[in-house]
Each structure stands twice: as structure tokens, then as C-alpha cells.
Unconditional design. Structure first.
Length: 129
């Protein structure tokens, strides 16, 4: 299946969770649901967002983390592949998409508001006296 065809398939599988869209990034695509970053598509493989509350579910289903090499070491992101059977049916994909959406919501809630991040950046950029 062509890369763009796989993106369309993934969007169709995920749309039961809410409005979804794909955006080119990282040599693949970022997947957004309700404007939350919930997934990645790289090399015809779908990875969904995980956190401490959902990681074990993905691991128990035999999914694998997204890992890449950088500066001579492996970096693991908070995205895991989906079970193969989830790629066959929107109904089977829905619980996995909901887990990813919940993880993305928790990640957003844990971040300080934009204004606080901007103040922290300004404070750090001040030159030493």
C-alpha cells in the first residue's frame, strides 16, 4: 500500500474517536484528533500516544514502542504501535484510539499554560550580570 493510502486508512480507522487529520512531519505524518497530537505514521506503521496509565495495555497486546537512533543512542518516544487486528476494523481500533486521546489529554493538562512557559523562557534567556 502506498504511504498516502496507509495514511487514509489510518484516518478512517481513527475517525470514530473524533475529527482526525494528518500532517506531514518527521518524514512521516503526525495524527491529530480534536487538535491533540495522538499518533505518528512512519514507514507504513501507526503509533499511538501512550503514558504511564496506558503503556501496559499496549505492551500486553504485543505492541512495540517507537524508537529511533540519535547521537549514538536509542531514543524511545511515548508512542507505541497498535495491535495488528486494530488495523482491520474501526470498532477494534476505537479503544486504542481512546487510550491515545486520553494520554494526549493528560499530557496537555500536565503542561503549564503557554503564558507561564513564555515567562520561564524569558527568565532563562536573560544574560548573566
Amino acid at each position: 500500500m502506498a504511504a498516502d493510502g496507509f495514511v487514509v486508512l489510518c484516518l478512517e480507522l481513527l475517525e470514530a474517536a473524533g475529527p482526525v487529520r494528518a500532517r506531514r512531519m518527521f518524514g512521516g505524518h503526525g495524527i491529530y484528533c480534536d487538535d491533540l497530537f495522538v499518533g505518528l505514521i512512519l514507514q507504513d506503521r501507526l503509533y499511538l500516544k501512550v503514558d504511564d496509565a496506558t503503556r501496559a495495555d499496549f505492551a500486553q497486546a504485543g505492541c512495540e514502542p517507537f524508537v529511533y537512533a540519535a547521537k549514538g543512542r536509542e531514543v524511545m518516544l511515548s508512542f507505541w504501535s497498535v495491535p495488528d487486528e486494530a488495523l482491520d476494523s474501526p470498532a477494534v481500533m476505537l479503544p486504542w484510539a481512546r487510550r491515545a486521546l486520553a494520554a494526549a489529554l493528560r499530557a496537555r493538562a500536565a503542561k503549564p499554560p503557554v503564558a507561564a512557559r513564555a515567562r520561564a523562557t524569558r527568565v532563562r534567556r536573560r544574560p548573566a550580570p
